[in-house]
Design a protein around this ligand. Sequence first.
Ligand SMILES: Cc1cc2nc3c(=O)[nH]c(=O)nc-3n(C[C@H](O)[C@H](O)[C@H](O)COP(=O)(O)OP(=O)(O)OC[C@H]3O[C@@H](n4cnc5c(N)ncnc54)[C@H](O)[C@@H]3O)c2cc1C
Length: 424
Amino acid sequence: MSATHINSYYAATANDDTRYPALRGTITADVCIVGGGFSGIATALSLAERGYKVVVLEAQRVGWGASGRNGGQMIAGISGEHRVEKQLGEAGRKLLSDIRYLGNDIIEDRVSRHQIRCDLKRGWMEVAARPRHMEAMRAYVEERRAAGDGDGLELVEPGDMRGVIGSELYHGAMVDRRSGHLHPLNLCLGEARAAAALGVEIFEESPVTEVVGGSKPYAVTANGRVDAASIVLAGIMDPSFQTGPLHGLLFPTGSYIVATEPLPESIVSKINPQDLAVADSNVVLDYFRLSADKRLLFGGRCNYSNRDPRDIRATLRPRMVEVFPQLADVTLDYAWGGKIDIVLTRVPAIGRREPNVYYMQGYCGHGVNTTHIAGQIVAEAISGTMEKLDLFEKIRHIRLPVGQFLGNQLLALGMLYYRLKDLV
Ligand SMILES: Cc1cc2nc3c(=O)[nH]c(=O)nc-3n(C[C@H](O)[C@H](O)[C@H](O)COP(=O)(O)OP(=O)(O)OC[C@H]3O[C@@H](n4cnc5c(N)ncnc54)[C@H](O)[C@@H]3O)c2cc1C
């Protein structure tokens, strides 16, 4: 049976049904990319724009993983910024300032250049779940403005929240007008189409079973093989690929979303009058936004056992109604989940597993923009500019060499700890 996207609002509204063939036989390329999510497709585009011959091997379909299922929030910066600063000092601060809006800029440029229809809109907001979180936001905005990098940022004081959200739950907010939201599956499919038009060869239903690096790298699938000068492991991979610096690094965990029926304008204009993407300031956070057809897409983590919940709707509805009591009776048309790629330092893992085998993963639920940053950094490294890759490789990551099952149980416990802390 041929692979399909999971049942979600995104799959139901996908505007491109291109099928790419499965790999058969041996072919050669400059770069072979394993994974057809944002990491893989964004890297392929960055390389193709530089004139490289690129092959992408995707186990299922383009955008089948987190890239086609996520909250669609395009948020500036990367996860774990304070650790980057702490570990790399001034070089880290410069890196963060150089890349903060890079992912958003790449996406906006590609959407406009390749005319990708993905409902891209500017405007993202973090809402303060606790009064002390608002204090932290004030300090953050001040710091960014002092560094000359704060245009686009606005603080919303507690008394002014009605102008941005129809919920009584929050204690102020910070809006970033240079971040925003989009239909992630349609972005991924549109970028794949643009890559293919630039000559990238994409193969679907072609799971890679073996990757060999060194002086003659190659990747193997059930019915084919790609010989390439470089190989890129793009995204969450099978644990058997997590060797060398990747051992004990990545612990995928579930996140889930429900989509309501389309809401009437009378509700939409109250709950989200400026059509912003919203995330709360908790460590284990709720995130939500409106779709183009005015459904509320509401996401969060459902449980702390690291097992998929039996009923996503039943688990997420009470959280959604706590935020927006006016939605108590709406129908939830879709519910789905996917894996968030957690690394314990929270800093995305970008580097080389061995000579000529690159990796990018561990965006910690902040991957829409960061995958595009990582794609550019790896493309630069392959074409000889190592500066940013070198800095990411210097990050000292926390590893748990205990196997993925036990690691995931420990992670689930850690999440529960943070959830309880958020509630206190
Ligand atoms: C429910 C949910 C909500 C999220 N919300 C947001 C959000 O609002 N904003 C944000 O910034 N981030 C969000 N994220 C995170 C973001 O979606 C991810 O960080 C990002 O999509 C990662 O992209 P990727 O390409 O690295 O991984 P993926 O999209 O998972 O792609 C990896 C691909 O590799 C393929 N693959 C795996 N193994 C092999 C193999 N052996 N051979 C060939 N192919 C293989 C898979 O089939 C998959 O298609 C969310 C994630 C989830 C799950």
